[in-house]
Design a protein around this ligand. Sequence first.
Ligand code: FDP
Length: 362
Amino acid sequence: MTQGKHRLVTIERHIFEQQQRFPQATGTFTKMLQDMALAAKIIANQTTRAGLTNIIGATDTENVFGERQQKLDLFADRTIYEMNDHTRRLAAMASEEHEDIIDIPPHYGFGNYVLLYDPLDGSSNIDVNASIGTIFSIHRKYTRGERGTMEDLLQEGKRLVAAGYVIYGSSTMMVYTTGQGVHGFTLDPGIGEFILSHENIRVPDQPKYYSVNQGNEKYWTPGVRRYVKWLQGIEGEGHDPLGHRYIGSMVGDFHRNLLRGGIFLYPGDLQDKSKPYGKIRLMFEAQALAFIMEQAGGYASDGAGDILDIRPHSLHQRVPLFLGNTDLVRKAESYIRDYDQEWLVHYLPYRRGEKPEKVKQG
Ligand code: FDP
């Protein structure tokens, strides 16, 4: 990782220079990531003013899972949509806040990509001024016809062409990959530009932290419980305990662990045997962060295998998630293989799409 370069590289310039390596590139892709950077600046601007402008607080509406939506969620959702609906670069979109595919208005015309996004992840942190984030990913449209379809959205993670996140923290950063390493940019609020600050991020070999909601321990499966004891240096031998850090805002937890080394986990459990899959959304959170982590030299698993290999069956599909240094994630898989056969019996049919989740209507 190179920090503090003398050359001032804006995100636009960086994306443009990366695309120059592909003689066949049309520039569409460059512009699409620029659209996301602009949306990020607008959301960052509102996020930092949230306490002042009375924009915080819950609205009366609920999202598709019956969760009350925060106003800033709606603002972020709308902003990303409006930055992308008219550009002729996209054929469809999907947002964590919408149950269904979001169509592009036909009069604007269609493009060759589809965009999936979680406009404001970790939204329970808005009112307490902790880090929140935006997550996005881009697939190439592959079906016939102009309009994007659900099939275009529900592609495996290994077919992603780009993914990124924005963290609204002590500073705003945008981190992205197009499959050529992971690059981070810090927003200079004085000039309104994202400036290259973290080039070619690699997850450090020596992990420092594990991040999990420890309050859920009573629901964990035996394998997960033993694994966390292993992370704490209690189970197994020959390694120091990792520190525990958990914001409860996945972008924040992910970002810290990417830069410092470690693992984020949100496991599945058998509290309700018909829902063995945990909380994290495959299409709006896990795929994008798995792609970024793997590009940074780490690995992402649902405990049974690579997140990027999962064939999605529904837009709001949930997935257990173990995300971080490769050896830590592999260790989690081995604990689950050894101690969580009962959980696997319930989870694997869901992973294969044999028991699709019934989405609760808002
Ligand atoms: P949130 O519900 O606040 O949007 O998946 C969403 C998420 O946050 C993640 O960002 C976060 O890591 C996790 O849920 C926190 O869940 P718990 O409160 O159950 O720990």
